[in-house]
Design a protein around this ligand. Structure first.
Ligand code: ATP
Length: 829
């Protein structure tokens, strides 16, 4: 097949400290680049590889370029032209060497730092930690000579577009390189290193930055690639430490990474239920020893058997004197007499397989990076790809770099207020949430007449929902949300009333007041501490209203899935008959199915995706180990394909079946054709496994077993097939830190919503209070916004029959699964 002139030659490098998800970036850039008609290269060892370039030009030919004849047309021939060049698998195998300057290199690739890669060279890279293409901290690139050599190497290799994935330093380097580029080209022309044709052809460097950093320290983006995995590692450590701390009634001081940014420490403190926190942006009031001891003494006096203090690596006091974990430990031991220990997590935070979100985020951002390069013109700025809530965004690189530097500068100038104001709003909110949920003091208390009795419930179903319809399940983060609400209530002087076992429990008077200590360990607990129960269909709304009155509820906080949404709708509609329902009512979506209308995320989905990815990684490995095999994996999710689709994207599945799209014979025929093509162009003799994900309710006829049998039958000698159902494992046990942190943040917002709605109602005469429809709302995440949407308005976005939302944001992700799996490229539609 004749190759046409590439659209662009894109090179991708990873730089600075490694982070989980960098390999997913490389995979995404390479595959999308190829699909869009580009040639794709990797640059080994970060900027150092760019400076060194390829010294042995005779070695630049591919290690292997498998030729095959296909007697039919494929959809995107570019994929076949760029199937594999052999270096990708070499890098994955980790062959190593160290050069005279101590830079890691490989024996086979000695003298070769800019390497062409193809579609299959990045196969299975999604699940690999660290960066397979190597990273370095390059002193030479900081010099003008170094950058001149780098520019020359790019021109010599014909590369006109660069993707840099790294932290703020790496992106600063990218910005410097971009700004200098015209001058570098004219110097190269003057000194005869490049021709005038080259100088014209490469007058403009297209460059885009992706933030790969465990610290989450880049301004203007919510989340950096690698931060969720590092946070996961920290929380696993905290959960382990907690049990031993309780056993011995000890204090633990945990030092976590973060030189200039306290994000990891803050999120770990919120998700791990810490007692005290030291971060660079917000030093404690002086003297910190007294402040800390007072807080911890209060917690011990309330009955806590363990103490957890989190210290960011770069923590300091208000005069910029470093605060070290050992110092904190000494203070706890000497002043409070606590048996105290220090745990420094160090590099374990960087390592390990990426969590689901560190596969999804780099994949989506990698796509956006290639699009930004293809759309770039000499007049457009170079972009950094970021994320705001659930929206992938482009931010001018120079703005993000300047803003990030401004935070460090403000800290150096001891202007901590400015440092905090430059962090994104989520950071500030989470710090507020940490204080509200960890401190035991009276300074936040409201006057007695403003205090409320707030009922908290994890409902499964109400009234007309039949027991058999009720498929809801506990979701990771429900308990964390309840803990946050209860602690907030206590801090404000409200009464947090736990209703156990849903509406059934309400009718049975299973209601009690939550105490500060009782909810202490709920952050890390899976399932539902309040319990959910299937309500009898013959329960009357009048009885529910009577209970509301009897227990004097001033507000209701529902944490649950589609059933909670339906229950809220019913209660709001019943306000015409029952005055007891004229109180603020709010629903926080929590369901692994993510099927509540309008909101883009529910609590529990992140935990569930992580469980799915863990299971799929193990299955994929076993599929590769046996022989050419297609594994069909069944997921939960009811009639909503979210978990199957996003799980397929994160696990690197080649196909996904959802209830929304269904399955028919035409689809299956094409999918079988794809699998045959795909297996026939694999390297012979090398075992390959592939995953197909199917939601449990995608089709009544084409069950997981049937599909697997069809694949097996049609695969003949090319591949066989097995199937597995993940079932309840997807409910995930221990909630993920992202679910816990989101639970705390959204729960705080729900409490503020209740307070403001209650204040509005309090203006009406007590006996005649009439709540407006906006006082019964669902907290929803919509793009970059968090919005309280009245439950009435939610109905227009609900498919009540199928118990899911309409117009979901993730529906296009199914196509992306098929793009990355190669289905789109290999089978003409
Ligand atoms: P991490 O967040 O893990 O520290 P980082 O990207 O911030 O990652 P740095 O060591 O600061 O890591 O930067 C990585 C590389 O980027 C440096 O080794 C250097 O090659 C390049 N770089 C950083 N700053 C500049 C600069 N001002 N000019 C040119 N190159 C730079």
């Amino acid at each position: 097949m004749a190759a046409s002139k590439p659209q662009m030659k894109i090179a991708v490098l990873t730089s600075g400290g490694d982070s989980a998800g960098m390999n997913a970036v490389v995979r995404a850039v390479v595959r999308i680049g190829i699909i869009k008609g580009c040639e794709t290269y990797i640059i080994r060892e970060g900027y150092e590889g760019l400076v060194r370039g390829n010294t042995h030009s005779q070695d630049t030919k591919p290690l292997c370029k498998t030729e095959f004849t296909l007697d039919y047309q494929v959809a995107i021939p570019q994929v076949i032209d760029n199937l594999r060049f052999g270096y990708g698998s070499l890098l994955k195998n980790g062959e190593g060497d160290i050069d005279e300057q101590g830079i890691a290199t490989t024996k086979t690739l000695k003298g070769k730092y800019i390497v062409r890669v193809g579609w299959d060279d990045v196969r299975s890279w999604l699940s690999e930690g660290g960066t397979l293409i190597g990273t370095a901290r390059s002193k030479t690139f900081r010099t003008h000579e170094g950058r001149l050599a780098a520019a020359r190497n790019l021109v010599l290799e014909g590369i006109n577009a660069l993707v840099v994935c790294g932290g703020d330093g790496s992106l600063t380097g990218a910005d410097v390189f971009r700004q200098e580029w015209p001058e570098l080209i004219s110097t190269l022309l003057k000194n005869g290193s490049i021709t005038s044709e080259d100088a014209n052809a490469y007058a403009h460097l297209k460059i885009v930055g992706l933030v790969g950093s465990i610290d989450n320290d880049m301004a203007l983006t919510d989340l950096t690639i690698g931060a969720p995995t590092a946070l996961q590692r920290i929380c696993e450590a905290i959960d382990n430490i907690n049990s031993t701390a309780i056993s011995h009634s000890r204090a633990f001081v945990l030092e976590v990474m973060g030189r200039h940014c306290g994000w990891l420490a803050l999120l770990a403190a919120v998700s791990g239920g810490a007692d005290y926190l030291f971060i660079p942006e917000k030093p404690p009031s002086d003297p910190w020893e007294e402040d800390m001891c007072q807080v911890i003494q209060q917690h011990r006096a309330a009955g806590k058997r363990k103490t957890l203090v989190i210290v960011a690596e770069g923590a300091h006091d208000a005069s910029l004197n470093p605060i070290r974990a050992e110092q904190v430990k000494t203070v706890l031991s000497e002043r409070l007499g606590l048996d105290s220990r220090v745990t420094t997590l160090g590099h374990t935070q960087r390592g390990g397989r990426p969590v689901a979100w560190d596969r999804i985020l780099p994949t989506l951002q990698g796509v956006e990076a290639v699009n930004a390069l293809l759309e770039a013109t000499p007049s457009t700025p170079s972009y950094m790809i970021g994320m705001r809530e659930n929206k992938i965004i482009r931010i001018p690189l120079v703005e993000a770099v300047n803003m990030t530097r401004a935070v460090a500068q403000a800290i150096n100038e001891k202007d901590f207020e400015k440092a905090m104001s430059l962090r994104d709003p989520e950071f500030i909110e989470i710090l507020g949430a940490f204080k509200a949920t960890s401190l035991l003091d009276d300074s936040f208390k409201l006057p007695a007449d403003k205090r409320l009795r707030i009922a908290i419930m994890h409902p499964k179903s109400l009234l007309w929902l039949r027991a058999s319809d009720s498929v809801g399940a506990p979701a990771g983060g429900m308990n964390a949300a309840t803990r946050a609400a209860a602690r907030y209530c206590i801090g404000r002087g409200h009464t947090p009333l736990a209703i156990h076992n849903g509406f059934r429990g309400l009718l049975d008077d299973k209601i009690d007041v939550l105490s500060w200590l009782r909810v202490d360990s709920w952050m890390s607990r899976g399932g539902s501490e309040l319990g959910t129960n299937r309500t009898q269909p013959d329960v009357s709304l009048g009885a529910v209203a009577t209970q509301f009155q009897k227990h004097e509820f001033d507000a209701l906080f529902l944490i649950g899935g589609f059933e909670a949404f339906t229950s809220l709708k019913i209660l709001e509609e019943a306000r015409v008959h029952y005055p007891a329902f004229h109180i603020p009512m709010v629903h926080l979506p929590a369901t692994i199915s993510n099927n509540v209308p309008l909101t883009e995320f529910s609590l529990g989905c992140d935990t569930s995706l992580n469980s799915l990815v863990d299971a799929c990684d193990a299955i994929k490995q076993s599929a590769s180990a046996s022989r050419n095999r297609v594994f069909v994996v069944e997921t939960q999710g009811g009639k909503c394909g979210y978990i199957a689709t996003m799980g397929a994207l994160a696990a690197g599945a080649v196909l996904v079946y959802t209830p929304e799209d269904g399955i028919n014979l035409d689809v299956l025929r094409n999918d079988v054709a794809f699998l045959k093509t795909r297996f026939s162009i694999d390297i012979k003799g090398e075992a390959e496994g592939r995953l197909v994900v199917r939601n449990e309710q995608s089709s009544k006829i084409y069950t997981t077993e049937v599909i697997s049998e069809i694949f097996k039958e049609e695969g003949h000698i090319l591949f066989d097939s097995r199937h597995a159902s993940l079932g309840h494992t997807l409910q995930g046990g221990i909630p993920s830190p992202l679910d816990r942190a989101r639970a705390v943040r959204l729960s705080m917002k729900c409490m503020a919503f209740i307070e403001s709605q209650a204040a509005k109602l309090a203006k009406q005469p007590e006996k005649k209070r009439r709540a407006t429809s906006d006082s019964a709302a669902v907290i929803t995440i919509q793009g970059s916004l968090i919005v309280f949407t009245p439950v009435r308005e939610m109905l227009q976005y609900a498919d009540m029959k199928n118990r899911r939302g309409t117009g979901t944001w993730w529906s296009g992700m199914k196509d992306l699964v098929e793009v990355f799996g190669g289905r789109t490229a290999l089978i003409p539609s």
